[in-house]
Design a protein around this ligand. Structure first.
Ligand code: ATP
Length: 468
């Protein structure tokens, strides 16, 4: 056995943790103790152990619920359950199909050690690599540290069926990442179906998702399958989930709990096995605070979260992305590949890119059609990018802001966020209130906040403006 095997122990009882930690203090084992079940899933994602040893009865999150989730995310992770015999049946039920061992309480330390070693040997036999899945680099370009994090998450989530929530501004590649998660999952050969909540009229969302029976409403001339049925056995990607209407949220929650639903106008339940990957550019927590998103649904979706940085936060990737998109555009348009001069490349690297990767992709298409020579000069760039208007560099507040941060750090400031964020929010609030003549409800809307969030912010940032 090469490296030490990692063993994670989950128990709220300090004495048990202590005993096991001592028993397992062996050169070939590396032990980590976790006190609370709710810390386990994030830890598994960061650094998956070779074996998990867990108690079943713990305060807070139920040990059985934890096991079900572990099984979903890491079906091959061997789990050893320490429990009294009376709880065994329910433990087995919750981990059905996964690798499972049982350590009856009270146990003997040698017995515990032998069981852990056996589980390790077992796991090693079938261990799969968890580094970025092969070929992924060619699909999603990213050498910036934040993107490397994303790849690691995709690698770790390969082989799992777990629900994932992807956060990131529009055009940062959320759908791409969802596709990669799907392709590298056990469902990879089954359908990947995407639906954007913001792109379909509200009254059609339910029938899009769940399908409808013939005659369910005017125009429903035949029975129609919804996206859930199309995605059966595969993955359903729900983009802009924050825009999902309240009634649909309730229905979605029920499907996630029961695995079945009714078509619109239907009376026979339809059973499906669908993995959900949701994405949003919004702060779902704030939508929950404002009562615009169901808290229980949020928790269901927010099991594992992947954050995609905006393009301006991974500038080092811009040249490679640009070359990739220029090559793609040339292929699409059956023409020669354009090449950026060094100055043009540097210029692109400095821009703000409010439309993120998609904007860069579109720019490369534009250049492939519009630039006159094979070499692309700064002068060939679209005017709005050339002289800094609309996402350009000069006059961009982000550059001034970067400059401020540089200087503050050089001057020895710490806790920069505490210094900058209140000012930043205050400026936006003041400007929005100016535009609405002081009407707070409308200002909240302009800012993309719920009214409660604005009221809360006013109380802390500008108490003089808070009362109505
Ligand atoms: N890292 C990347 N490498 C290569 N292509 C990328 C990358 N990120 C995004 N793209 C491409 O950029 C375009 C936008 O990406 P995508 O549609 O996944 O973004 P999104 O975040 O889902 O956007 P929206 O929220 O607006 O739907 C797509 O054509 C995608 O293929």
């Amino acid at each position: 056995m090469s490296e030490a095997a990692r063993v994670m122990i989950v128990d709220d009882d300090r004495a048990i943790r202590w005993v096991l930690e001592r028993a397992l203090a062996q050169p070939d084992l590396e032990v980590e103790c976790v006190e609370r079940a709710d810390r386990v899933l994030p830890r598994l994602l960061e650094e998956p152990p070779d074996v998990l040893v867990t108690d079943i009865r713990m305060p807070g999150i139920d040990g059985l619920d934890l096991m079900a989730r572990v099984r979903e995310a890491h079906p091959d992770l061997p789990v050893i359950v320490m429990t009294a015999h009376s709880d065994l049946d329910s433990a087995v039920a919750s981990y059905q199909g996964g690798a499972f061992e049982y350590l009856p309480k009270p146990f003997d330390v040698d017995e515990a050690l032998a069981l852990v070693r056996r589980a390790v040997a077992h796991a090693r036999e079938r261990q799969r690599p968890v580094t970025p899945p092969e070929g992924l680099e060619t699909e999603i370009i990213g050498e910036a540290p934040a993107m490397q994090e994303v790849f690691r998450a995709i690698g770790r989530l390969a082989q799992s069926h777990i629900t994932v929530l992807i956060n990131g501004e529009s055009g940062t590649g959320k759908e791409r990442v969802a596709q990669a998660l799907h392709q590298h999952s056990p469902r990879g050969s089954r359908p990947f179906i995407a639906l954007n909540m913001a792109a379909i009229p509200r009254d059609l969302i339910e029938s899009e998702l769940f399908g409808h029976e013939k005659g369910a409403f005017t125009g429903a001339t035949a029975q129609r399958q919804g996206r859930f049925e199309q995605a059966d056995g595969g993955t359903l990607f729900l983009d802009e989930i924050g825009d999902m209407p309240a009634e649909t949220q309730t229905r979605l929650l029920r499907v996630l709990a029961d695995g079945e639903f009714y078509r619109v106008g239907g009376h026979t339940p339809v059973k499906v096995d669908v993995r959900i990957i949701a994405a949003t550019h919004q702060h779902l927590e704030e939508l929950v605070d404002d009562g615009r998103f169901r808290e229980d649904l949020f928790h269901r979706l927010n099991v594992i979260r992947i954050h995609l940085p905006k393009l301006a936060d991974r500038r080092e990737d811009i040249p490679r992305l640009a070359r990739h998109f220029l090559a793609e555009a040339a292929k699409e348009l059956a023409t020669d590949v354009k090449v950026l001069t060094e100055e043009a490349e540097e210029h692109l690297t400095r821009l703000a890119w409010p439309g993120n990767v998609r904007q860069l992709e579109n720019t490369c298409r534009w250049l492939t059609v519009m630039a006159s020579g094979r070499e692309v000069l700064v002068e060939d760039l679209p005017p709005e990018l050339r002289d800094g208007e609309g996402g350009g560099a000069s006059g961009d507040w982000r550059l001034a802001f970067r400059d401020w941060a540089d200087r503050a750090l050089a001057a020895g400031h710490t806790h920069l966020l505490e210094e900058a964020v209140p000012d930043f929010e205050k400026i936006l609030i003041e400007t929005a209130l100016k535009h609405t003549g002081g009407r707070k409800g409308e200002a909240a809307e302009l800012l993309g906040w719920g009214r409660n969030t604005l009221t809360r912010k006013l109380k802390t940032l500008m108490p003089e403006m808070a009362e109505d």
